[in-house]
Design a protein around this ligand. Structure first.
Ligand code: MN
Length: 243
């Protein structure tokens, strides 16, 4: 029984090779395996009540694999934080809070999407605080689907305009704040952290309270797929082709 960790697929109808990659990965898993979906699985998500053939297909895919004994966990990313219980029930997945601690090979491991570690992006941190508020979410989900799409497009345009003004600063801000990492790991009493979001797949060695520790960063699925798994025992970060 192995655990698999993926994030930042950014699934959307216009990139069918990403969905094929997910189908292929799910096909490799065996009953009893666990798959952790650690955020930004979808390019955007404006509410469980707004569905289409693409989303229905993904729900069906996930449900089929959950029904054959794959345990699915879903953590929110900054793009799909509005995924709710309805989607999870229909997919056979369990919603996992960010952060969460899980057992991997008998070790306590901290899981996060990773956006909350990027504290130098103060504008985003403000948006995050607002958008994770249940009252804001109720207000947003109370709008018509068309209004929600317009709101999301306007927000994306605004952030793109800001990005073009200061690409250098934006590129730096997109990574985690190095000082945040040992603090949050010490707070949770772990020496392994797994997260995505930054699209910088790597294994970083560090010290937490004088102990050897590691931060494993998952990759995005834009050009190839990335996964972390322990099917051969130790955790291993691996990339694969998307066709
Ligand atoms: Mn993200």
């Amino acid at each position: 029984m192995a655990s698999y960790f993926i994030s930042d697929l950014h699934l959307e109808p216009g990139q069918p090779q990403i969905l094929r990659g997910l189908q292929h990965l799910l096909g490799q898993l065996q009953a009893g395996d666990k798959l952790y979906l650690l955020g930004d699985i979808f390019e955007y998500w404006i509410g469980d009540d707004v569905s289409n053939g693409f989303v229905d297909g993904i729900k069906t895919l996930l449900r089929e694999h959950s029904q054959r004994g794959i345990t699915l966990y879903f953590m929110h990313g900054n793009r799909d934080f509005l995924v709710g219980q309805s989607f999870c029930q229909q997919s056979g997945a369990t919603l996992l809070p960010d952060p969460s601690i899980v057992d991997v090979n008998g070790e306590k491991v901290l899981l996060m999407h990773g956006d909350s570690l990027c504290t130098r992006d103060t504008a985003y941190m403000q948006f995050r605080q607002m958008a994770r508020n249940p009252q804001w979410q109720a207000m947003f989900l109370g709008k018509t689907p068309q209004e929600r799409i317009e709101f999301a497009n306007a927000a994306r345009k605004e952030s793109q305009a800001k990005g073009q003004q200061n690409m250098a600063a934006a590129a730096e801000i997109l990574d985690v704040t190095p000082e945040e990492v040992p603090l949050i790991m010490a707070q949770h009493g772990v020496t392994t952290l797994i997260h995505g979001h930054t699209h910088r797949p790597a294994v970083h060695n560090l010290q937490v309270n004088g102990q050897a520790a590691r931060r494993i960063v998952l990759g995005d699925w834009y050009n190839k797929g990335w996964m972390l798994h322990n099917r051969a025992g130790e955790l291993q970060l691996e990339s694969f082709e998307l066709n």
